[in-house]
Design a binder for this molecule. Structure first.
Ligand code: CP3
Length: 357
């Protein structure tokens, strides 16, 4: 039995496909990480990249939040920049990413390799297999960065406040930019395929910086490449979650990309997102990660608010609106997960025979 079949009836996968569920499922972006003392313990002995490249360690830290909180899905421990390193750009973290070679010319783009996920990034499928054999009962999500967000990192050489270098590149050398985006599309598609083949039963595409673009530029330089990846994933028959952070202006277009689920950040109430996506997709989100820094009574109230705002969504996967912050208390994360499990709602119960008659 493939892991896709094994998890087909889980709350998480049924919610992705907008099918009836007994309660709202919950997982959290960056759920494995520095807010957990057990993560810091493993991390004290290895660098972040060593963790990513050692399947046993990556699988271990992927399991940590599952053991502690009993979440409804795990996300494989890695980073969106792992494939960029495999393309030939040296990568380091301190703690944010540092790329020591910036892409700025057509030659730079031509030199980028198209990595083979099974040889150049074999540790990712390795970590997935290690996780699924240790926790076969937990649905595992694979992921990748969207081409625009990855392009922004390789052009800027790291993070940025306003992405001016990236936009200058797009506007001054659109043809070269499109070659870069096409290469990233090929790399990301192959990387996601390999993760599904290794045992992931869903994938998430992170377009973390897409909200920096105007509506027109998002439609021009980001959306077509994301659509192409989703198109190529169709043969794998797994749900695709698209998290294009801050791209509220294009929600109707995002709902037509073929993604099964849209991740929504906390600045847009889910009832508004439901209206703008016309019930075509399930939604994931969207508590402000900073809410977990507040008192537990407030966390419960905010969980209830999000559940109420999501009540008309055809599917809802509870999550934060972005990654959990390192300063979060694990107790507050625990209270959050417990509140979702207790207050989470039954959705789309099938009509009883009597009602059908
Ligand atoms: O639990 C999970 O969600 C899986 C692991 C995961 C990491 N990064 C681990 C990580 C995932 C899904 C990512 C994705 C990622 N990486 C994104 C997209 C999500 C988002 O936040 O928008 C982005 C933009 C990156 C790039 C990146 N990696 C940054 C900006 C940073 C530094 C900021 C920070 O939080 O420290 C990283 C490092 C990183 N990635 C860490 C972890 C656990 C911290 C490394 C450490 O242990 O020192």
């Amino acid at each position: 039995m493939t892991s896709r079949d094994l998890h087909r009836d889980s709350l998480f996968i049924r919610s992705c496909y907008r099918e009836p569920v007994e309660r709202t499922p919950v997982w959290v972006m960056r759920q494995a990480g520095r807010y957990l003392p057990e993560y810091r313990e493993v991390r004290a002995k290895s660098s972040f990249l060593e963790l990513c490249k050692t399947p046993e360690l990556a699988a271990e830290v992927t399991m940590q939040p599952i053991r502690r909180f009993g979440l409804d899905a795990a996300i494989i421990f890695s980073d969106i920049l792992v494939p960029v390193e495999a393309m030939g750009i040296p990568l380091d973290f301190n703690p944010g990413p540092i790329l020591s070679k910036k892409v700025s010319t057509a030659e730079d783009v031509a030199q980028l390799k198209l990595p083979d996920p099974l040889t150049d990034m074999s540790y990712v499928p390795g970590a997935i297999r290690a996780f699924t054999s240790a926790m076969p009962e937990v649905p595992l999500i694979g992921f990748a960065g969207a081409p625009f967000t990855l392009a922004a990192y390789v052009i800027e050489g790291g993070g940025s406040k306003n992405f001016a270098e990236t936009k200058k590149f797009l506007f001054q050398q659109p043809k070269v930019a499109r070659e870069l985006l096409a290469k990233l599309t090929d790399t990301v598609s192959a990387h996601l395929w390999a993760q599904v083949d290794a045992g992931c039963c869903a994938v998430q595409i992170f377009d973390s910086w897409a909200g920096q673009l105007s509506r027109d530029d998002y439609m021009d330089f980001a959306l077509p490449y994301t659509i192409e990846i989703i198109e190529r994933l169709k043969v794998k028959n797994v749900p695709v979650i698209l998290f294009a952070k801050g791209v509220h202006a294009c929600l109707p277009e995002l709902a037509r990309t073929g993604a099964h689920v849209l991740g929504i950040d906390w600045t847009l109430p889910l009832d508004v997102a439901v209206a703008r996506t016309e019930g075509k997709v399930a939604l994931q989100g969207n508590l402000d990660p900073c809410e977990l820094l507040g008192p537990v009574e407030r966390i419960e109230r905010q969980v209830q608010r999000v559940l109420t705002e999501a009540k008309d969504a055809p599917g809802h996967i509870f999550n934060l609106g972005h990654g959990i912050l390192p300063m979060t208390s694990p107790d507050h994360m625990g209270a959050f997960v417990e509140a979702v499990k207790r207050l989470g709602i039954r959705r789309g119960a099938p009509a009883t025979e009597e009602a059908v008659r």
